[in-house]
Design a protein around this ligand. Structure first.
Ligand code: 6PG
Length: 472
C-alpha cells in the first residue's frame, strides 16, 4: 500500500491550499475532512504532478501515512481541534506528530502538548500567516514545540514557506506553545497597523478631502518607498475596487463595523497578564469593539455635531506628514508587540529567537514590510534588545519622523477626527522616553489612602508615611 509523507485534516480553503503547496514541493500528502464533497474535490483540483489523495475515513487516512506520521490540522481553533484529537489519538502510534496550524490559544496548545506527550505522541503549535493566497504560494510559518519533531518537518516547511533573498520565511520559534504565541502577537500587531492605516485614510479623506483615486495614488507612492508592505499594498488596491451592485467604489459601500476572531483580544489580555505595555494594540482591539456601536454612534453624532474639518493649508505637506506619522506609529506598534514577545519568552521559558521572528515576518505574512529588515539588523547587532526603540539606528528613524506624528495627532485632536491609534503610539513613545513620570504622585496617593507603601529615589527600602490632611 502506498504511504504518504504527510496528512492534512481539514480541507477548507486554508487546509486545501496548504496541502497543494506541500504537494507542489514534491511531498506526497493525504487529506481528510468530514465533508465528503471536500474530500472528492481535493483530487479534482490537484495537478498531474502532485501526489495527493482525499480520504473520507479517519482510520484509512491514518493508516495511509508513513511512520512517524506527520499530521497537520487546519481546523478552527478551540473545540474543533479537541474533537479531531479525541478521534485521532487512538489511531496513532508512538512518535507520531500532530501539528496544529490554526490560530489556537497558546494555553490550549500547552494542554494538548502535555496530553499527547503522556501518550508518547508529539503535538506542535504552528502559526501560519498569509491568508488563502499565502497558504498556496508561500506563507510565513511559525512552528514551535518539540525540537526533534520540528527537525523532521523543517525541510518541508522551508520548501513551502515564502522566500526573501532566497531564505525561507520559517524558523523554530521556541519551546512549548511558542509558535502559537508568536502568531498571536503577529495578529495583535496586524490589528494595530490596520487601525493606524484606517486613521490615516480618515485624515486624508476628511482632512485633505482626497477622493478614492487620489487615495490610490498616495498609497501607491507610499508602497513604492520605505512604507512598502502587504497592508499598504492591499489598501492601495482597495481604493480602486468598483462595486458590482452600484457603479461606485466598493469601499464607500462597506458598513463601518469591524469583525474580530479573537487573536487581537488574546494579545491584549496576555500583555495585561504578564505586565507589558502595548497600548496601540489594545486600542486597535477596543476600536473594533467601539465600531460595533453603529446605532449609538449615529445618535451621538446628531447630539454632538462637529464643526467642519478645516482643510490643511498645504495638501502635499499634509500627506507627507500623515505618511511619516503612519510609518512611525507602525514602527511603535511592532516595538510593543516585540517587547511582549521578549517578556513572554522569559515568563514562559519559550526561548523565542527575536531575530528569527522578524526575519520570517519579512515575507509571506500579513504584517510583512520592508521595515522588518531594519529590525532584523537591530537584532543581529543585539539579539537581547528589550525594545526595538533602544536601537541607535531605529532611534535615528524615530527622531526624523516624530515631528510628523505630533503634527498629525494634533490635527486629529483639533479637527475632531478620531486618531486613537496614532495618539496612543505617540503617548506610549512619550511615556517610554520620559525619565521621571508623574507616577510618584500615584504612589503617594496609594500610600495615603491604602498604606500601600512606596520606594524612594534617594535611598533603598520600602516606606510608608502617615499622610496629614490639611483640613484636619
Ligand atoms: C494571517 C491572519 C489570519 C486571519 C486573522 C483575521 O496572519 O493570515 O492574521 O490569521 O486573517 O485571524 O483576524 P480577525 O478576524 O480577528 O481580524
Amino acid at each position: 500500500m502506498e504511504r504518504y509523507n504527510y496528512g492534512m485534516v481539514g480541507l477548507g480553503v486554508m487546509g486545501r491550499n496548504l496541502l497543494y503547496n506541500i504537494a507542489d514541493n514534491g511531498f506526497s500528502i493525504a487529506g481528510f475532512d468530514l465533508d465528503e464533497e471536500k474530500v472528492k474535490e481535493l483530487e479534482e483540483g490537484a495537478t498531474s504532478t502532485m501526489k495527493v489523495k482525499g480520504i473520507g475515513s479517519l482510520e484509512d487516512f491514518v493508516a495511509a501515512l508513513e511512520s512517524p506520521r506527520k499530521i497537520i490540522l487546519m481546523v478552527p481553533a478551540g473545540k474543533p481541534v479537541d474533537a479531531v484529537l479525541e478521534n485521532i489519538i487512538p489511531l496513532l502510534s508512538k512518535g507520531d506528530i500532530v501539528i496544529d496550524a490554526g490560530n489556537s490559544y497558546f494555553e490550549d496548545t500547552n494542554r494538548r502538548v502535555a496530553d499527547l506527550g503522556s501518550k508518547n505522541l508529539h503535538f506542535m503549535g504552528m502559526g501560519v500567516s498569509g491568508g488563502e493566497k499565502g497558504a498556496r504560494t508561500g506563507p510565513s510559518i511559525m512552528p514551535g514545540g518539540d525540537l526533534e519533531a520540528f527537525n523532521l518537518l523543517q525541510p518541508m516547511l522551508e520548501a513551502i514557506a515564502a522566500k526573501v533573498d532566497n531564505e525561507a520565511c520559517t524558523a523554530y520559534m521556541g519551546k512549548g506553545s511558542a509558535g502559537n504565541y508568536v502568531k498571536m502577537v503577529h495578529n495583535g500587531i496586524e490589528y494595530a497597523i490596520m487601525q493606524l492605516i484606517s486613521e490615516a485614510y480618515d485624515l486624508l479623506k476628511r482632512g485633505a478631502k482626497l477622493n478614492n483615486d487620489q487615495l490610490y495614488e498616495v498609497f501607491r507612492e507610499w508602497n513604492n518607498g520605505e512604507m512598502n508592505s502587504f497592508l499598504i499594498e492591499i489598501t492601495r488596491d482597495i481604493f480602486q475596487q468598483k462595486d458590482t451592485f452600484t457603479d461606485q467604489y466598493l469601499i464607500d459601500q462597506i458598513l463601518d463595523k469591524a469583525g474580530a476572531k479573537g487573536t487581537g483580544k488574546w494579545t491584549s489580555e496576555q500583555a495585561m497578564e504578564i505586565g507589558v505595555s502595548i497600548p496601540t494594540i489594545d486600542i486597535a482591539v477596543t476600536s473594533r469593539i467601539l465600531s460595533a456601536y453603529k446605532e449609538e454612534r449615529v445618535q451621538a453624532s446628531q447630539l454632538y455635531p462637529k464643526a467642519e474639518i478645516a482643510t490643511p493649508e498645504n495638501t502635499d505637506q499634509f500627506i507627507k506628514e500623515v505618511g511619516d506619522a503612519l510609518y512611525l506609529a507602525t514602527l511603535i506598534s511592532y516595538a510593543q508587540g516585540l517587547a511582549l514577545l521578549v517578556k513572554a519568552s522569559e515568563e514562559y521559558k519559550f526561548e523565542i529567537p527575536l531575530k528569527d521572528v522578524v526575519k520570517i515576518w519579512r515575507g509571506g505574512c500579513i504584517i510583512r514590510s520592508v521595515l522588518l529588515e531594519k529590525f532584523y539588523t537591530a537584532y543581529t547587532k543585539d539579539p537581547n534588545l528589550s525594545n526595538i526603540l533602544l536601537d541607535a539606528d531605529i532611534a535615528a528613524i524615530v527622531k526624523e519622523k516624530i515631528g510628523s506624528l505630533r503634527k498629525t495627532a494634533a490635527f486629529a485632536v483639533s479637527s475632531g477626527v478620531s486618531g486613537l491609534g496614532l495618539q496612543t503610539a505617540l503617548g506610549y513613545f512619550d511615556a517610554y522616553t520620559t525619565e521621571y513620570l508623574p507616577i510618584n504622585l500615584i504612589q503617594a496617593q496609594r500610600d495615603y489612602f491604602g498604606a500601600h507603601t512606596y520606594q524612594r529615589l534617594d535611598r533603598e527600602g520600602v516606606f510608608h508615611t502617615s499622610w496629614q490632611s490639611v483640613n484636619q
